[in-house]
Design a protein around this ligand. Structure first.
Ligand code: SF4
Length: 308
């Protein structure tokens, strides 16, 4: 039996640099982090043992002074406003890819105040909250096809995506919106009472879309699927709160149905170990999965196999 850790899995550069910044700042003194620094409970626990205190928005509003690290997901303008008002020093670890997307959304919103800004993303996700803030919370969030009813297809649409969504799902959404615009009434002529009404000459709405899915995530799909196909049993390690982990796990599962999802080595048992007898086992993870955790999974499965 062989056990291999996927060399492409693990932190993306945005998360790596946020964690490096946290470790650097913790060496200087107490540090707060607004929200979990990464969607991985094990890594959060490790940094909290080094002195990091995780706070939420309610804590931020009541905090005065101190230093607060903003994680890679980015924040809405209101967070910076609270920090200024409360004399809080901001240690900004927002990922440059997210900051670029925030600026693009803000510029589009300001340039086209009559248009609809649509964000393909998860309601309540930290990055989406930061993106919504660039439009004064006026953007429309589309998470699934059911949310398309929130869009007026006779008006201009500018579509963006949360950086960790699936490229295929984004492309399907673009096609769906194009179809809905094609069938909207401005196409005229329309049939009324058995007669054809005169065509209403009306310009088609603008539909512009910007594939803002992070290349780190998009490129990982093909690499992960090749890795999953090359192993008999795949153990995907990811945080239960990570949307990136869910997307990547589903891609692994599509490539190899013999894929299991775990968040910690404690979830491995003898049953899993017995499934891996004489098999090649691949261990992989999300952009929020620390390398040390995948090593711990490898050690646990090796130990379990020695016992059976
Ligand atoms: S997935 Fe991409 S956008 Fe998100 S933190 Fe990582 S590098 Fe930045």
């Amino acid at each position: 039996m062989s056990i291999t850790i996927d060399e492409h899995s693990g932190f993306c550069f945005g998360v790596t640099s946020a964690i490096n910044k946290a470790e650097e700042e913790l060496a200087k003194g107490p540090l707060y982090c607004l929200g979990d620094i990464v969607h991985n409970g094990q890594e959060v626990d490790r940094l909290e043992r080094l002195g990091l205190t995780t706070i939420d928005y309610d804590d931020l509003r009541t905090l005065h002074g101190g230093r607060v690290l903003l994680r890679a997901h980015g924040e809405p303008p209101s967070t910076y406003a609270i920090a200024r008002a409360n004399n809080i020093e901001v240690i900004d670890a927002s990922c440059p890819v997210v900051l670029h997307l925030q600026k693009r959304i803000r510029d589009t919103y300001l340039a086209h105040p009559e248009a609809q800004i649509v964000i393909f993303g998860k309601v309540g996700h930290a990055e989406v909250i930061g993106l919504m803030g660039q439009t004064n919370n006026n953007a429309i969030i589309v998470e699934s096809e059911a949310d398309l009813s929130k869009i007026d297809f006779t008006r201009d649409i500018y579509l963006f995506s949360q950086t960790t969504m699936s490229v295929e799902a984004f492309e399907a959404l673009v096609e769906n919106i194009k179809n809905k615009i094609s069938y909207s009434p401005q196409d005229g002529p329309t049939a009324e009472g058995g007669r054809t009404a005169p065509a209403v000459v009306q310009a088609k709405p603008v539909f512009e879309y910007y594939n803002s899915i992070c290349r780190n995530v998009a490129n990982r799909v093909a690499q992960l699927q090749a890795f999953a196909r090359a192993h008999d049993l795949v153990i995907f390690v990811g945080g239960s709160k990570s949307s990136n982990a869910k997307v990547l796990y589903n891609h692994c599962l599509a490539a190899n149905p013999n894929t299991i999802f775990i968040s910690s080595p404690d979830e491995l048992d003898e049953h899993t170990a017995s499934r891996s007898t004489d098999l090649s086992v691949g261990i992989c993870g999300a952009t929020s999965t620390p390398h040390w955790l995948m090593e711990a999974v490898k050690e646990k499965i090796s130990n379990l196999k020695c016992q059976i």
